[in-house]
Design a protein around this ligand. Structure first.
Ligand code: ARG
Ligand code: GLU
Length: 732
């Protein structure tokens, strides 16, 4: 019986890893040749691993650009034209917008280089090459070390590694742990700093469906925007200058007009941010049952308040659009994550996996009690983790609280380093301060503060509430909420108003610092931040260090124990390739989702005047006339979005979807709701990434916007027809 059961569980593993093949995994581009090329070819890929990543010649990787450090983008013309998502460029599009000239609402298309709009602070980062530096990074490190001994040994090694690289002035070295610290890789990067806005569809296309459709399939969003990288002399990076010229890339992606069909090979190349595939079940359970629900509730409260005001007033809507979208995004994702974990019985699967792990260990294995120890540590950390999330979410959602950290830096700088350092810091903070007030509404924010403070105090153990925020200290009754307190604090504080703040900051450093410190809101934030550090952050970090050390062991142990399983490193904002196929899925009993949506579906969702589902009249006309140019598919319909089994996560937004021949076929921008739990537990049955079809992007640029100047600089290709003619010729 024992043996049979064991065989049964074992075969499930082999079986699931069999199904997973091709979907699961975010692979390092320089290791594809060794680990993946054969499989990729068997799935239909026609190019080689060397075509994807090469240090000797231009390869696909030279067209893949880390956009602003938070999204991906790709070069699609010999003149440095950059394609990314509308939602990745949203902050930039918004910053060039006003009520009179609303680029969010009406879109933007530069008709010449001269009209392209600069974006201070925006970067475009290339990966020059990648080295495995594991041996040097882990030299002298052993399992007997305490977390801090291990960390300081590694830090010393990394400093040595850093010294061994000779970098150009515009290059950086990024050193990152992989497999929870069992491997280290070095990335040499080049950063371009002059990145200009070239084109964006109106929001009614680029964000069609907005938050209702976000994370949802079937999807009909044209989530794209165009930028351009500018270079200084010799095509090298330079600060913004009107003299800069369009960057000449080592490689750019041709765009296929042949589109996709179910089961076509696809590959997504980009910078996935963070996943946690190798956690113990106790950690996943904590995320799903304790931390996610708390964060969902806090954000829901803040979102409802913003929404109430945004619906009333156009200017408020513009001010809060970007903030609202980013708060709503993770909120909705966490809800989907919880759904997917439940639906795929992920916790039960983790439990079975751990039972099998335990069973396979030899009696004298050093890993025998590892999982039990981790489970205890997760129990210990839970109250701190919850309090940490409450504090983090409250400060993130209450804008004035968040802004206090800028003032705090100023005060600290003055007190530790004197007036000159303060002046310098003030100069550096200028841009952030202006940005903060530009989009700040103190009425909305004080309402958020009151509601979130109430949640904080009501839901956390009293030991996590600083004395000055307890109802008893404030003379409040046990059931009273904090709205009145919040209102009066915003009334009393100078910082709820830009003019008053500017007045203070214009004074001498000594006077300004004294005034800042005597502000009631500032003092509250300062006391709360100190309290947080001592009572929540420090104990949390002490336990977290222990957990991280055990996780390093557990990940290594899983790799030793499950030899038949293929392991890939968790996402860590480094360059990765994932590949899969165009595939629909079955979200629920009796429901099957097709993998492609069409313009007809956009019109089905159309609600005139709605803030999420309105459409530009030009698009409606083009649809009526079926005026799709060369961008329709074989049946005459215009494809809009498609899904595939590529394993992606946040950060992969703006990543190119690439066909078997190395051409662009789509632009990644989302995942299906039930599949967002792929960050902890990829499941091939429901994990799908969502891409805009390249033909829809071209159609919008060409037929909708009439920006043929942009189409002209791209290279449009027909790989499928070409390969058919070739094979016909071959047969003759
Ligand atoms: N869910 C996508 C991502 O995680 C798109 C977010 C932007 N769109 C939105 N409606 N908020 O980033
Ligand atoms: N929209 C996400 C991003 O901004 C990608 C969606 C996901 O998390 O897969 O990176």
């Amino acid at each position: 019986m024992q043996i049979n059961l064991r065989f049964f569980v074992l075969s499930i593993f082999v079986l699931t890893s069999g199904i997973c093949i091709g979907g699961e995994g975010m692979w390092l581009p320089q290791l594809l040749k060794l680990l993946n090329e054969k499989e990729m070819k068997s799935m239909g890929m026609k190019i080689t691993a060397e075509d994807i990543y090469s240090i000797n010649k231009g390869s696909l990787k030279d067209a893949i650009v880390h956009f602003g450090g938070f999204c991906t983008s790709e070069i699609i013309s010999p003149n440095g034209l950059l394609l990314t998502n509308h939602h990745c460029g949203y902050g930039q599009i918004q910053s060039h917008s006003s009520v009179e000239n609303n680029l969010i609402k009406h879109g933007f298309w530069a008709k010449s280089y001269k009209e392209e709009l600069p974006n201070p602070g925006l970067t475009a980062i290339f990966i020059d090459y990648i080295d495995d530096v594991t041996q040097k990074a882990l030299a002298g490190v052993n399992d007997k070390m305490t977390p801090s001994e291990r960390q300081s040994a590694i830090d010393k090694n990394l400093a040595e590694i850093r010294k061994s690289y000779e970098l150009k002035s515009y290059q950086n070295l990024i050193l990152r742990p992989f497999f929870d610290g069992n491997q280290y890789f070095a990335f040499v990067t080049t950063t371009y700093k002059d990145v200009r806005l070239v084109g964006a569809p109106p929001e009614s296309i680029g964000k069609f469906g907005a938050d209702t459709d976000n994370w949802v399939w079937p999807r009909h969003t044209g989530d794209f925007a165009l930028f351009r990288i500018y270079a200084g002399p010799n095509n090298e990076p330079a600060d913004y200058s009107p003299d800069n010229v369009p960057y000449k890339p080592k490689h750019y992606l041709p765009i296929s007009l042949d589109g996709v069909e179910e089961n076509d090979f696809t590959m997504v190349f980009g910078f996935p941010g963070r996943t946690q595939q190798y956690l113990p079940g106790s950690a996943v359970k904590q995320i799903v049952e304790v931390l996610n629900p708390a964060k969902i509730k806090i954000r829901e409260t803040a979102l409802n308040i913003m929404d109430k005001y945004m619906r009333k007033d156009e200017a408020t809507k513009i001010k809060y659009a970007s903030k609202y979208a980013s708060i709503a995004n993770a909120w909705k994702k966490w809800i989907g994550e919880n759904l997917g974990i439940k639906q795929t019985h992920a916790l039960k699967k983790k439990a079975d996996y751990e039972a099998e792990f335990q069973k396979r260990l030899s009696p004298d294995s050093p890993y025998k009690s590892l999982l039990e120890e981790m489970n205890t540590l997760y129990k210990d950390i839970e109250p701190y983790a919850l309090a940490r999330d409450y504090y983090g979410e409250t400060t993130r959602n209450v804008e004035l609280l968040d802004f206090m950290s800028t003032l705090r830096r100023l005060v600290n700088t003055y007190e530790n380093n004197g007036a000159d350092a303060y002046q310098k810091m003030l100069k550096q903070s200028e841009e952030g301060i202006a940005e903060f007030y530009k989009d700040f509404d103190s009425k909305i924010d004080s309402e958020k503060f009151g509601s979130l403070l109430t949640l904080y105090v009501d839901n956390l153990d009293e030991r996590f509430v600083p004395l000055l925020l307890r109802r008893s200290s404030l003379g409040m009754s046990a059931s009273e909420d904090f709205s009145k307190i919040a209102e009066s604090m915003y009334m009393q504080s100078d910082f709820s108003e830009e003019m008053a703040t500017r007045k203070i900051l214009a004074k001498t450093p000594a006077e300004a610092v004294a005034l800042i410190k005597s502000d009631p809101f500032y003092s509250l934030a300062a006391v709360w931040a100190d309290f947080y550090n001592k009572e929540i952050s420090v104990p949390y970090n002490n336990i977290k260090k222990e957990i991280d050390l055990k996780q390093a062991l557990y990940t290594r142990a899983q790799m030793e124990v499950f030899k038949e399983k293929r392991f890939y490193p968790d996402a860590n904002s480094t360059m990765r390739v994932t590949y899969g196929k165009v595939n629909g899925y079955k979200p629920r009993d009796a429901v099957y989702y097709q993998p492609v949506t069409y313009l007809d579906g956009v019109l089905e969702k159309y609600v005139p005047g709605d803030y999420e589902f309105d459409l530009p009249s030009k698009l409606i006309e083009l649809h009526e006339k079926k005026d799709y140019g060369r961008y329709a598919d074989k049946t005459g319909k215009l494809p809009v979005c498609f899904i595939g089994s590529n394993h992606t996560t946040g950060g992969n937004s703006g990543s190119p979807a690439i066909d078997a021949y190395g051409n662009l076929i789509g632009l990644n921008f989302d995942r299906v709701w039930e599949g967002t739990m792929s960050d902890m537990n990829y499941d091939p049955s429901i994990c799908r990434n969502i891409m805009v079809d390249a033909r829809y992007i071209l159609f919008i640029i060409d037929k909708f916007a009439g920006a043929s100047n942009l189409i002209d600089e791209m290279k449009l290709v027909h790989p499928k027809s070409l390969s058919q003619t070739k094979s016909k010729r071959g047969k003759k």
